[in-house]
Design a protein around this ligand. Structure first.
Ligand SMILES: C[S@@+](CC[C@H](N)C(=O)[O-])C[C@H]1O[C@@H](n2cnc3c(N)ncnc32)[C@H](O)[C@@H]1O
Length: 358
């Protein structure tokens, strides 16, 4: 907030007038993202964009039509993703030359200069942010395993906001948890996670059915959808980028079904507990995108199904959602219905502090 007041005062002095509220909102969004990005390349390009917008440069012209978007729409990530997409597609070679994900040199100053130079380019397409982060399966796989151990039954997985379905395929992946390798050790998809606590067990967990929903499901076999997903991985995070690439490739060969649907309506249709299996509803970094009506529809469907859960047809709800500055994985199992905080982690799943079902 301080920085924002100073920016306003400086511009007021320069132009002798109050800065337009819309521009202030955009600059604030860019600067917030700079402070909340672990990747130095993304931080550098967004800092340069904020400075350019302050000067009233081309970044402001590019962002002005999107200035009314709410903070949750992450205008900074839309902009970074749009430029990254052009670079990955070979359509912005001067920018790609400095991006590690494109084989570039990682020179943050040069990347920032090339990024601002792109702002005049009408091919920049500020599409809504859509990610699918396979590393989040580390705490989720451990939570699924707890559910299986406690119920003794195979799982039927229902994912809300499944994107390209990469998390639904958790049992296809190898888990490198500190110095331990678990899961499908020969998998091309390596989920490498630093540990802040004990090593969790991530399987074996039998799964008899898996299905997800998303208003905009992405097809891992489609080159456009692949490019879209990869463009929202930060351009300096090569290892993460390679993991997402490997997970998309594996899903293209054997996709998990994802229905085009809003979470509430879809869940009401799919949720009835089934004898001989544990029904597991889960979601990761989805709650903030749901309308109040969808949220209450999801809650109502789970509350209703919970009343019908039995030892032979149990129900679990697992959430990987923001907590105090980190992501929290919470598990509730019915019959019973007590919520357990089973893990705390980074927003992409690492580092992972496994707390267990206590
Ligand atoms: C940040 S992404 C997370 C994707 C995935 N869960 C993950 O962790 O990698 C949020 C997802 O929620 C989806 N979403 C937005 N509104 C939704 C709704 N009403 N019902 C279900 N999913 C929704 C988006 O399309 C997007 O795929």
């Amino acid at each position: 907030m301080e920085a924002f007041v100073n920016v306003d005062e400086r511009l007021g002095r320069v132009h002798g007038q109050h800065m337009d509220d819309r521009r202030r909102h955009v600059i604030e969004s860019l600067r917030w993202q700079v402070d909340n990005t672990s990747d130095p390349v993304t931080a550098a390009v967004l800092r340069a964009a904020a400075e350019d917008a302050e000067r009233g440069g081309p970044t402001w012209d590019r962002l002005a039509p999107h200035a009314e978007l709410p903070p949750g729409a992450a205008i900074a990530l839309r902009l970074a993703g749009a430029a990254h997409r052009l670079a990955l597609a070979g359509e912005a070679p001067e920018y790609a030359a400095h991006l590690p994900t494109c084989g570039g040199d990682g020179d943050t100053k040069a990347a920032a200069k090339a990024f601002v130079a792109l702002m005049d380019d009408d091919r920049l397409d500020l599409r809504p942010v859509q990610t699918n982060e396979p590393r989040r399966t580390a705490p989720l796989a451990a939570a699924f395993h707890v559910v299986h151990q406690r119920t003794g039954l195979p799982l039927r997985l229902l994912e809300l906001g499944a994107s390209a379905g990469l998390l639904l395929r958790f049992d296809d992946y190898a888990y490198e948890l500190g110095s331990t390798v678990a899961g499908n050790a020969s998998s091309a998809v390596r989920i490498r996670v630093d540990l802040d606590g004990p090593t969790p067990a991530v399987g074996p967990t039998p799964v008899v059915a898996r299905r997800g929903c998303d208003p905009n499901p992405l097809d891992p076999a489609s080159p456009e959808d692949r490019l879209l997903l990869l463009s929202f991985v930060w351009a300096g995070e090569v290892e993460r980028f390679r993991t997402v690439e490997a997970a998309i490739d594996a899903a293209a060969a054997d996709p998990a079904p994802v229905d085009r649907a809003d979470a509430a309506a879809w869940l009401a249709d799919h949720l009835a507990p089934a004898s001989g299996t544990t029904t597991v509803v889960f979601h990761s970094i989805v709650q903030q995108y749901l309308s109040p009506a969808t949220r209450s529809g999801v809650n109502a469907a789970i509350t209703d199904a919970a009343t019908r859960a039995t030892a032979d047809a149990p129900l679990a709800h697992i959430t990987f959602e923001p907590g105090e500055g980190r992501a929290e994985t919470r598990l509730t199992l019915w019959p019973g219905g007590e919520e357990h905080l089973v893990a705390v982690s980074g927003f992409h799943g690492s580092p992972l502090d496994w707390r267990g079902y206590r």
